[in-house]
Write a protein that binds this ligand. Structure first.
Ligand SMILES: Nc1ncnc2c1ncn2[C@@H]1O[C@H](COP(=O)(O)OP(=O)(O)O)[C@@H](O)[C@H]1O
Ligand SMILES: NC(=O)OP(=O)(O)O
Length: 312
């Protein structure tokens, strides 16, 4: 059965924390991801791809800040647009190559996407979105002091700079995305959660400095593009209960009620698995099928044979 699938690729899939942030490393990781996405297309599904940008947007911002005496620094929303362009370029090119290898000639387009947020969102007062590279606690605190950054510990993996991450209210080009997918075009959209923008009183749009969580905006994208499946890909095969403890247990197919129960127990860390499960539950609530799984198992998971699957 053909299903419309929104695939959300984790930042880890594009740049692993221990890798050097070279173009070559990132392009190869993206190529590996698009090899799997091409298989899903080959199996007959309509696909919309979205992706994270945490490491990349942090690096672009840093480049701008460090070089500001030579070239004026650009604001964070523009860095977000740059990251969408750069990742979209790698993804569009490698996906087309991988589709060609499978004898498929689908059109692929990557769209710069703006996401509307509320300028009064309380998230602007409480920066929480980790961007850029990881630091030791000592380095992070020193950088915070020297450069005025906000820094936080990131889900047990080290310390990172954090910026405001408002809730995505609407993906602005979702009508166009839907039109394209309805016409069999594979769309790469809303990368890095989308470029954050706010609507002025006269209806016009302007950018605002923030980085939107891509799991939250993937849910909005799936909702607005009327997808059947929301698939969030990360670096673990399943969602676990008692994660990291000797009695950890992988979750297979679970009901929305079961997922809510585990979330209420605090099983999913705020900065990592929490937003994924939250997005998956909201999508399941709407009657869709939500999957959280590893990149390597994505083609099996879409057929219901792997990963954590949440249904109403
Ligand atoms: N309950 C859980 N089950 C599985 N993984 C979890 C859980 N709680 C926290 N995690 C962590 O969440 C990580 C995935 O989140 P994150 O690194 O933010 O993803 P990505 O960058 O791929 O979007 C996993 O690598 C794992 O360490
Ligand atoms: N924007 C965003 O959520 O990126 P990551 O998935 O890379 O953190």
């Amino acid at each position: 059965m053909t299903e419309k699938v929104v695939i959300a690729l984790g930042g880890n899939a594009i740049l692993q924390p221990k890798q050097e942030a070279t173009y070559e490393n990132q392009r190869e990781n993206v190529r590996i991801s698009t090899e799997i996405i091409a298989k899903i297309v080959k199996n007959g599904h309509e696909v919309i791809v979205t992706h994270g940008n945490g490491p990349q947007v942090g690096n672009i911002l840093r480049q701008n800040e460090e070089a500001k005496d030579v070239v004026p620094a650009l604001p964070l929303d523009v860095c977000s647009a740059e990251s969408q362009g750069f990742i979209g370029y790698m993804m569009e090119q490698t996906l087309k190559n991988e589709l060609n290898k499978l004898g498929l000639n689908n059109q692929v387009v990557s769209m710069l996407t703006q996401t509307e947020v509320d300028r009064h969102d309380p998230a602007f007062e409480d920066p929480s979105k980790p961007i850029g590279v990881f630091y030791s606690e000592e380095e992070a605190k020193q950088l915070a002091e020297e450069k005025g950054w906000d820094v936080k510990e990131d889900a047990g993996r080290g310390w990172r700079r954090v910026v405001a991450s408002p809730n995505p209210k609407s993906i602005l080009s979702s009508d166009t995305i839907k039109l394209l997918t309805d016409n069999k075009v594979i769309v790469i959209a809303s990368g890095g959660g989308g470029i954050p923008v706010v609507r002025e009183k006269d209806g016009s749009l302007t950018g605002i400095e923030a980085v939107i969580d891509k799991d939250r905006s993937a849910f909005r994208l799936a909702e607005e593009a009327k997808a059947d499946v929301l698939m969030i890909l990360t670096d673990v095969d399943n969602v676990f209960v008692n994660y990291g403890k000797p009695d950890q247990k992988a979750l297979g197919t679970i009901t929305l009620e079961e997922a809510k129960g585990y979330a209420d127990e605090g099983q999913f860390s705020a900065g990592s698995m929490g937003p994924k499960v939250e997005a998956a539950m909201k999508f399941a609530e709407m009657g869709g099928r939500a999957i959280i799984c590893s990149l390597g198992q994505a083609d099996l998971a879409v057929e219901g044979k792997a990963g954590t699957q949440i249904k109403k």
